[in-house]
Design a protein around this ligand. Structure first.
Ligand SMILES: [Zn+2]
Length: 197
């Protein structure tokens, strides 16, 4: 995961056809002052021969701060990105370094772990890992609980099994930290069920 940096630190970026983006500017949404890459903080990456940018710009004149999320094609046409900029920014920062892309190495060197933006990036990475883990969990629209209970946890009854969209899952364990793994289903935030073997 790369930390957010001044956008100018990512430039120039070069397309396969030889075109280069050396500068990137946007007018301030409030006062119209033209802001340059060095007044934006975020990430710019070369992704499948497009330059993708997700940043926050801060106007030195009026103090307005606003989001910039766009993709530049090899003909240097700029397209807006519809994804929430926050997600787009996380996605771009999590991408491994691509061929032809010069990674801002300095920030990855030692003595950077205490910088707030590095801590921020590490927290973001942990957040993504959690989101990925929850995606591997079993999701179900239609949950039927067994009448048969095998006990209680805190004030919750533990059904012996569940029918999840028609598939039977057996009670496996209690997970007070709500950490369900791949192929597992989390019930009531603390009970883990697994598909019947
Ligand atoms: Zn402004």
């Amino acid at each position: 995961m790369q930390p957010n940096r001044r956008l100018s630190d990512f430039l120039p970026l070069k397309f396969a056809n030889g075109n280069q983006v050396k500068q990137f500017s946007k007018p301030c949404v409030k006062c119209g002052t033209m802001l340059e890459a060095k007044q934006m903080n975020g990430v710019a990456r070369l992704v499948e021969n497009h330059i993708a940018i997700a940043a926050t710009a801060e106007c030195p004149k009026c103090g307005e701060s606003f989001g910039v999320a766009c993709v530049i094609n090899p003909d240097k046409q700029v397209k807006r990105v519809v994804l929430p900029r926050f997600l787009f920014n996380l996605y771009l920062r999590a991408l491994p370094v691509q061929k032809g892309e010069s990674a801002p190495q300095a920030i990855l060197n030692h003595q950077t772990a205490d910088l707030p933006e590095v801590r921020d990036a590490l927290e973001d990475a942990a957040e993504i890992a959690r989101a990925n883990a929850s995606r591997q969990q079993v999701q179900a629209q239609n949950i039927v609980r067994a009448d048969e209970a095998i006990g209680r946890f805190q004030d919750k009854v533990i059904p012996a099994w569940l029918l999840l969209d028609g598939n039977r899952f057996e009670f496996d364990r209690i997970a007070p930290n709500a950490q369900a793994g791949e192929g597992e289903f989390l019930l009531d935030g603390c009970l883990i069920y697994r598909a019947k073997a």
